[in-house]
Design a protein around this ligand. Structure first.
Ligand SMILES: Cc1cc2nc3c(=O)[nH]c(=O)nc-3n(C[C@H](O)[C@H](O)[C@H](O)COP(=O)(O)O)c2cc1C
Length: 269
């Protein structure tokens, strides 16, 4: 295979995107040399990388049919000189709409050659004990699909002397994209008396939206509803408040129960 580094670049507050990227990388069969996890605001504050002779697996979740805003901003600032790219989005069994196309357009603008893309299903961030949406996905079947997709990518790269010259992969989606969902417009998080102040929530929040001096209080304008703090809380003390998002979680559990399967796309080559 004609590249020196395999790099993972992802935003993944509840880890489903990370799991699928790692599985695809295993299927490709080359050790990952660098991992850039831009979920952390500190990482996003550093100058974005310039990629050269590399295969970069880029991943993010679907938020309202689009990329999460801060992930899109960071991806737009990356530069690549003909680096090969695999583009991956994770969605919670509703739809991925324009997210993969948005990611592809950004990657091409950056200078990547996107050769493969996939839309995989991850447990919906809003899943809780009451509302189950794609619970426990990616599961064994999803991981296998991701691994096989990695093998197909390896095969494509082995068959082509100069993969960067192959046509860019076609992905579904519409332009103009769907309008982005607003964030921070209402209170989302409730903290129960079970909170023991351990501060794990602080360390997983991708937006520094939890007050350092008082983990009971969330900075609503910064919250992107990603649910990382809810899922990471060892005391189960963080919950979704009654809010439009909680109504959405109920709606999703009732209307998006039928299992969807991952879709993968490869360039012709
Ligand atoms: C604010 C928000 C919006 C979301 N919008 C969608 C959506 O439009 N369609 C969908 O199927 N899933 C949607 N999801 C679910 C996530 O895409 C899904 O849970 C994904 O696996 C999360 O990725 P992560 O584990 O890498 O954070 C949304 C989740 C959040 C937090």
């Amino acid at each position: 295979m004609s590249f020196n580094n395999t790099i993972l670049l992802y935003f993944s507050p509840t880890a489903t995107t990370r799991i699928i990227l790692e599985e695809i990388a295993k299927g490709i069969g080359k050790d990952v040399s660098v991992t850039i996890d831009i979920t952390s605001p500190e990482v996003r504050n550093q100058p974005p990388p310039e990629f050269g002779d590399a295969l970069v697996l880029i991943g993010a979740p679907v938020y309202g049919g689009r990329l999460p805003k801060d992930a899109a901003l960071y991806f737009k600032a990356v530069r690549a000189s003909g680096s090969l790219a695999v583009l991956v989005v994770l969605y919670g069994n509703r739809e991925f709409e324009d997210t993969l196309l948005e990611l592809k357009d950004i990657a091409v603008e950056d200078g990547f050659s996107p050769l493969a893309a996939g839309a995989f299903i991850g447990e919906h961030s809003f899943t809780n004990d009451e509302y189950l949406i794609a619970k426990n996905r990616p599961d064994e079947k999803d991981r296998k699909k991701a691994f096989l997709f990695g093998e197909q990518i390896a095969d494509l790269l082995n068959r082509n002397e100069n993969p960067a010259s192959l046509p860019h992969v076609d992905v579904p989606g519409n332009f103009p994209y769907k309008e982005s969902m607003p964030s921070g417009s209402f209170q989302f998080i409730d903290v129960t008396p079970d909170c023991d102040g351990c501060s794990i929530c602080l360390t997983v929040c991708p937006e520094n939206a939890i007050d350092e001096a008082d983990t009971w209080s969330t900075i609503d304008e910064s919250c992107i509803y990603c649910c990382a703090c809810i899922k990471a809380c060892p005391q189960k003390a963080r919950l979704m408040k009654d809010s439009p998002m909680k109504d959405k979680a109920k709606w999703l559990s009732e209307n998006c129960a039928r299992r969807k399967e991952p879709r993968t796309f490869l360039t012709r080559g």
